[in-house]
Ligand binder design. Structure first.
Ligand SMILES: Cc1cc2nc3c(=O)[nH]c(=O)nc-3n(C[C@H](O)[C@H](O)[C@H](O)COP(=O)(O)O)c2cc1C
Length: 332
């Protein structure tokens, strides 16, 4: 079983990747998409989205971070893949899942799922431009409005040289509305000979069990659930070992909250180094907004932080909740 940390532009950046991969083993992560339109991107663009390229392509805890490209022009994607490959990423991924209108208007992401021939051309060109041996993956949704071409798209990507395929089991039209149609992941896995990884709506170990039963696929990529519950990988690995869903144990949540506190402090410290002071409070509120799904104490903290706008005000609350050590708060 492999567990993969999903790319999430605007949420799961290098800072949150660093924190989440410190907990327990994700097999690899994928960085947020890099849009390729009509030019050769300079190395600094790849390094801005994926600063792990400066660290040998892995987070500080050692989790490999593959880099994702998004675009529709086979030649231009190939040129950029070659440029990126020179920076030594542990793999290159292609995005055929993004439903954002601004991205789709420029013919990128999920909108290409109506054109399996183009998917084949893109995969073929990019594979040819990459060094042999460098992992090459793609991520697709089931289709634009329905799943009628899902199998064609998956076959096109596999025939084009993609070695592993992540399937976000919803159409572009579905957006992020539950449910995810995990049974389609199994249908796709049946028609391609490459490994298929299931994605969508895995929030708990029980969801992983259900996804596996519905799809027949043990490997999953986890997005929002990973940010909402930093211990989800541990929970899934435990449940795979015992083949049972653990009953929820409040004492365990409390112990995990203690483990989470230094990670929140580290996140807050790194976010302030990365973004403008006006944006930093929004980032910690964004993460807590997800964490409060899993931890009652995150709910309390979130409600206290919600009205605050200035980093120094955030520091005071984090100090009161014993998230940041005194030294950090006093230096602020
Ligand atoms: C805020 C946000 C940003 C995302 N950015 C990307 C992205 O850059 N590349 C990509 O392939 N998918 C992106 N996705 C999709 C996720 O990787 C994932 O497929 C989706 O959230 C479903 O998985 P989940 O239910 O586990 O969250 C994004 C999703 C969200 C919510």
């Amino acid at each position: 079983m492999r567990l993969v940390l999903a790319p999430m532009e605007g949420l799961l950046d290098a800072v949150l990747r660093d924190v989440l991969t410190r907990v327990d083993g994700y097999d690899w992560a994928v960085a947020e998409f890099i849009r390729v339109s009509d030019s050769l991107l300079p190395p600094r663009v790849f390094k801005r989205i994926c600063p792990e390229l400066e660290l040998g392509g892995a987070t500080r805890a050692g989790t490999p971070v593959r880099v994702q490209l998004l675009g529709s022009d086979p030649a231009c994607l190939a040129d950029n893949a070659a440029q990126l490959a020179r920076l030594g990423p542990p793999g290159i991924d292609l995005n055929f899942g993004c439903p954002a209108p601004t991205v789709n208007r420029h013919r990128g992401g999920a909108v290409l799922l109506d054109e399996p021939e183009l998917l084949f051309a893109i995969a073929t060109a990019v594979r040819k431009a990459m060094p042999r041996g460098m992992p090459f993956t793609a991520k697709m949704r089931l289709g634009v409005v329905d799943a009628s071409r899902a199998l064609d798209c998956a076959r096109a990507l596999a025939d084009g040289g993609v070695e592993e395929l992540v399937v976000h089991a919803r159409t572009k039209l579905d957006g992020y509305h539950p449910p995810a149609h995990w049974e389609w992941v199994g249908r796709i896995a049946d028609v391609v000979s490459i490994p298929v990884i299931a994605n969508g709506e895995i929030w708990s170990a029980a969801d992983w069990q259900r996804c596996r039963a519905a799809s027949g696929v043990p490997d999953v990529m986890i997005g929002r659930g990973a940010a909402a519950d930093p211990f989800l990988v541990r929970r899934i690995r435990d449940s795979a070992a015992t083949m049972s869903g653990h009953p929820e144990d409040p004492a365990r949540r409390e112990l995990e909250w203690q483990e989470l506190r230094p990670l929140l402090a580290l996140f807050w410290e790194q976010v302030q180094q990365k973004v403008q002071p006006t944006h930093a409070p929004g980032r910690i509120k964004q993460w807590l907004n997800l964490l409060r799904r899993s931890f009652p104490r995150a709910e309390t903290l979130y409600q206290e932080l919600r009205p605050l706008r200035r980093p120094v005000e955030i520091d005071h609350v984090l100090l009161r909740h014993r998230i940041v050590p005194d030294a950090v708060a006093q230096a602020a």
